[in-house]
Design a protein around this ligand. Structure first.
Ligand code: APR
Length: 237
C-alpha cells in the first residue's frame, strides 16, 4: 500500500472559514504576531494571548471540515495516509483522518508552563488565573514563535518514508515546518496545492494552482487511477 504524506497549512482550512495568516485580511494583518503568538508575548501580556486563543478555539464550534479534509481522510481506504499539519484546528481529525501530527500544537488542548503536562480542554476557554496541577499558569498547548517544535523529528521521519508528498495551503515561510519537503526521497513525487499566483516551492515540485478541495479532487482521481493501474499490473504478474 503506497504511503501518502500530507503537509498542510492554514490554506487547508480556508474553505472552512478559518482565516489564514499571511493572505490579505489574514490574522497577522489584524494582530501583532509577536504579541499574540510568541513566548515573549506570553510573558509580557498573557491575558491578551489567552483572549486570542479563546477566540480561535471558540470558532471551532462554528466551522466544519471542508471537502479537502474529507478527501484526505477517505484516501485511507486505499493508501497509508499521514497528515502533518501546521494548523492548530481539529478539522483533519473531525473529517476522519487517523494519523495527524500537529507541528504547532492544538487549540483543544492546554498545558502547564513547562509543557510537560497536557490537558484536553475541548472548546473551553482558559481564564486568567487558571492553574495547572503543578500550580503553574495554565496556557494554550500551542508552539509559539521562540519555542521548540517537538514533533519535527517524527514529521521528518514520516516524510522520509513517503511514496508521495502533497503540500497544501502553506506559504512555506515558517521553519522548521517549511524544511520538511527536503526529507522526501529522491524520485518521490511532491505536489503543492495553492491558488496563489506565486508559490514558494523548490524546482521539481508539481504545482496545482487551485484551492484545497478542488486540488484534492483532481489529485484523488490521479492517485486512485495509478493505484488501480498498479493493482492490475500486479495481477498480471
Ligand atoms: N486552498 C489552498 N491554499 C490556500 C487557500 C485555499 N482555499 N487560501 C489560501 N491558501 C494559501 C495561501 O496562498 C498561502 O500560500 O495558503 C497559504 C497560507 O499561508 P500562511 O497564511 O502563511 O499560513 P501557513 O503557511 O500555514 O503559516 C505557517 O505561521 O504564523 C505561523 O504558526 C503559524 O502555522 C502557522 C505558520
Amino acid at each position: 500500500m503506497q504511503h501518502i504524506v500530507f503537509l498542510t497549512g492554514a490554506g487547508m482550512s480556508a474553505e472552512s472559514g478559518i482565516s489564514t495568516f499571511r493572505d490579505s485580511g489574514g490574522l497577522w494583518e489584524n494582530y501583532d504576531v509577536m504579541k499574540v503568538a510568541s513566548i515573549e508575548g506570553w510573558y509580557e501580556n498573557p491575558d491578551l494571548m489567552l483572549t486570542f486563543y479563546n477566540e480561535r478555539r471558540a470558532q471551532l464550534d462554528k466551522v466544519e471540515p471542508n471537502e479537502g479534509h474529507q478527501i484526505i481522510a477517505a484516501l485511507e481506504k486505499d493508501f497509508k495516509v499521514s497528515v502533518i499539519t501546521q494548523n492548530v484546528d481539529n478539522l483533519h481529525e473531525r473529517a476522519g483522518s487517523t494519523e495527524v501530527v500537529h507541528l504547532h500544537g492544538e487549540l483543544t488542548k492546554a498545558c502547564n508552563e513547562s509543557k510537560t503536562k497536557v490537558y484536553d480542554i475541548g472548546l473551553k476557554p482558559i481564564r486568567p488565573g487558571d492553574k495547572a496541577e503543578d500550580g503553574s499558569r495554565l496556557r494554550p498547548f500551542i508552539v509559539w514563535f521562540g519555542e521548540a517544535v517537538p514533533m519535527i523529528e517524527k514529521a521528518a521521519a514520516l516524510v522520509s518514508k513517503a511514496d508521495i508528498v502533497v503540500i497544501i495551503g502553506t506559504s512555506m515561510q515558517v521553519y522548521p515546518a517549511a524544511g520538511l519537503i527536503h526529507y522526501a526521497r529522491r524520485g518521490v513525487p511532491v505536489y503543492l496545492i495553492d491558488p496563489a499566483e506565486e508559490v514558494n516551492a523548490p524546482s521539481g515540485v508539481i504545482i496545482i494552482r487551485d484551492k484545497a478541495s478542488a486540488g484534492m479532487a483532481r489529485l484523488k482521481e490521479e492517485f486512485l487511477k495509478s493505484e488501480a493501474g498498479r493493482g492490475s499490473a500486479s495481477s498480471l504478474k
